[in-house]
Design a protein. Sequence first.
Length: 431
Amino acid sequence: MINSEILKKKRLGGRLGDDEIFHLIEGLKNGKTDDLQITAFLTSACIIGLSPDETTALTFAMRDSGMKFNFRHLGKPVIDKHSTGGVGDKLSLLLVPIVSACGVAVPMISGRGLGHTGGTVDKLESIPGFDIRPDEKTIYRLMEENGCFMSAQNDFIAPADKKLYHIRDITGNVESTGLITASILSKKLVEDLDGLVIDMKTGSGAFMKSMAEAEELAKSMKTVAELCGVKISVLFTSMDQPLGSKIGNWLEIEESLDALKGNCPPDIREVTLALAAEMICLAGIKPDTESARKLAAETWDSGKALSQFHKMIESQGGSLEEGTKKYASHYEFEYKAPRSGIITSMDTTGIGIAGIILRAGRQNIDDEIDYGAGIIMEKKIGDEVSSGETLARFRASDKELFHRAKKRMDESIFYCQEKVDSPKLILRAMK
Ligand code: URA
């Protein structure tokens, strides 16, 4: 098979066979597919789309690019959660300790920031010493001792996703049902899961802006996961404004720690408990979401989840104290409301981009992230503000960036004079 022929067939609207997709992805391992060819494939996939069969073949080829785990010896249900991506979305950092402290094994393989969204791996990497690439032996040990681990894709876990993820990010080839399905599931299907909960973000800060697009992605993920015998439960949640108040890698670690200590913004609490309940139900630990939510809330409020969070961070080498010292010297800038009014809506993607301008995320593949940079939102949709009142605070290690980030924020927040309700957070579920 010749790569350029396969790529031409796809560009002209043809359907690729399983063998053609395997050939392209296999070529990443043996050096026979280069980055330009992958870029051409991803661009065609975004423009023309991938059929359900192509999506399945791509998911399997990416999953099989690395190893698979076997956690059966743990004698526990194995459940994970994945978000389709958002701004200020730090919920994995809360869910892993809460749900694993409830007796569920949670092997979490995550991604880096993609487009305007943040990634769990970048957040974890902001913790000095945290090993985001534990080796296989360490992963089995962590699962036995803690019932959880958090890791990036790497050279042995879904390495094809690591490659494609980077190229999609820097070539603007992110928003595609087939590519998102394959990216998420290729990582998750190596985890020997009994079940997977998807936090399907919709709204102005999500890749899937409308409910119709989000439903299409949910159906695509359900079809492929169920073909592999993995139960899947999808919760559609709002990404019409950032979750919680902090956006940025270390800032989100801080907010998660505070939340586990009991100082939790109401939106984070509501969505975290809803997702935790889905995970606990899929695990079969509780028969219904109400009793599962109660168990998750008790585990959180009793401090058990906080101890589990500390144990998880320390077992992977991280030091939260070092992080607090390391990022203390960042400059701060008060972003003031340019006019008076009630915040009616936000372009949450634009707010994510303001974060990237501050260097909390990458614009290019080689960009170094400033892990201490980001935005602290002081106001939410429905809040009334007066002109000149502080609406957010920016953090960066380079003051020169504040002006550009301010401009982007000015363009991303909209005001009116009438009362506005805050958007509903949990939109619907698909079992
Ligand atoms: N999360 C992923 O892992 N991949 C995507 O493509 C989007 C969100």
